[in-house]
Every structure is written in C-alpha cells, then in structure tokens.
Design a protein around this ligand. Structure first.
Ligand code: GTP
Ligand code: MG
Length: 211
C-alpha cells in the first residue's frame, strides 16, 4: 500500500432546496456525469457517493439528496444529523425558490448543531443558469452581500444540464470543510474566485469566500 499515509475523510453533505430546483440533477451530473430532462420528484431522501482524490487526502462525499417537499415535513432534523456541509439550491428562473433559500438555511442552522459550535458549512447554488439569469442573479454585489449576511461560504451559478460550476462549487465546499477541521484558513483557501468568473459565462454569482 503506497498511499497508506494519505488521510481519508468521509463527509456527510446535504443537498436541499425547494421542489424541482435541480438537486437530484446536480448530484447526477456530479457523480454519474449525466443529465435527464425528465422530472421525477425525490421521495424522502436519496444517497450518492463521490470520491475525490486530492493531493494529500482522499475525500468521500456522502451526498444526501433531500426531497424538496421535506421542507414541510418533520424529517429534516433526522436527515441533517451529523452533516458537515450543505448545498442550498434555488432555480434562477423561479424567484420563489430563492425566497425559500433563507427558510432552508434557517431550518438547517436551527436543527443542526455542530460540536464546535459553528454553523454547518454551506454553499449556495443558483441552478439552471443555462436558462438565463432572470431577476435574481443580475447583481453580483447583492448576491455577495446575501451570502455573507446569511452565512454562505460561497455562491455559484450552476447548470446540471450543461455541467457548469458544479465541480467548482464542490471544491469550494470541501476546502472550507477541511479548513474548518484544521482550523486554518490561510493559503489553501486563498484562491477566492472561481476561474469560471473570468469566462463571462458563470458570471456574477460565482465566488468562494476565504472565510
Ligand atoms: P425534488 O426532488 O422534487 O425536490 O426536485 P429536485 O430539486 O431534485 O429537481 P430535479 O433534479 O429532479 O430537476 C427538476 C427538473 O429541472 C428536471 O426536469 C430537470 O431536468 C430540470 N433541471 C435540473 N437542473 C437543470 C439545469 O441546470 N438546467 C435546466 N435547463 N434544467 C434543469
Ligand atoms: Mg430530487
């Protein structure tokens, strides 16, 4: 075993947000590299595993794909237990799903207490950016402010359909989780801007904050 010295991590990651925003599609794209235009609502919760081989560690992401309809149920407390990270997803074409982001974040912070007293590491995903930007993501500064006010460590415009920014968003989340664990937020997390921002395609809501 040559890699016996590599660190191994298993992280439970939640994927939450309103009905039909694309949570299952994002996971499918990230883990299985495919996409389907057919909508089948998730019932309860589904699971997927993504393995990342980083330079000094192997990271296993156990992704919990929680049905949008669970916001109105009582199960989220059970599903959230022991999670260390979360993607909160909205649909850029439907303003109501953005309004729900705060509710999801509050639900998360209220029900999930980390042992170190911190809030769970959360990244905001503005999904379906292939369908246009609509009202919400036109103003990058406002999104940045929204993220900082609501305790998100990053925000990405994503498309499960066209495979935009999903890897970048996951990298941002993992970096912050690892940095949190090590309790150092220095050089490793200092490349704050996702390369996608420069292409003019990902645009105004693609950033990973340093802390
Ligand atoms: P629930 O399980 O009900 O909570 O929904 P969900 O958030 O898992 O949504 P799902 O991934 O099932 O996607 C809902 C619909 O949106 C499907 O028809 C997808 O094909 C479509 N969709 C998902 N992501 C994208 C995207 O990035 N772009 C476009 N154009 N459509 C997408
Ligand atoms: Mg689903």
């Amino acid at each position: 075993m040559q890699n016996h010295h590599l660190k191994e991590h298993l992280y439970k990651i939640l994927v939450i947000g309103d009905l039909g925003v694309g949570k299952t599609s994002i996971i499918k794209r990230y883990v299985h590299q495919n996409f389907s235009a057919n909508y089948r609502a998730t019932i309860g919760v589904d699971f997927a595993l993504k393995v990342l081989s980083l330079e000094h560690e192997t990271v296993r992401l156990q992704l919990w794909d929680i049905a949008g309809q669970e916001r109105f149920g009582n199960m989220t407390r059970v599903y959230y237990r022991e999670a260390v990270g979360a993607f909160i997803v909205f649909d850029v074409t439907r303003p109501s799903t953005f309004e729900a982001v705060k509710k999801w974040k509050e639900d998360l912070d209220a029900k999930l207490n980390l042992s170190n007293g911190k809030r769970v590491t959360a990244v905001l995903l503005a999904n379906k950016c292939d369908e246009g930007r609509d009202v919400l993501t036109n103003n990058g500064i406002r999104m940045e402010q929204f993220c900082q006010e609501n305790g998100f460590v990053g925000c990405f415009e994503t498309s499960a359909k066209e495979n935009i920014n999903i890897d970048e968003a996951a990298q941002c989340l993992v970096k912050h989780i690892i940095a949190n664990e090590k309790d150092l937020l220095q050089s490793e997390v200092s490349d704050t801007i996702s390369p996608q921002q420069e292409t003019g395609r990902g645009g105004t809501c693609s950033m990973c904050f340093t802390s």
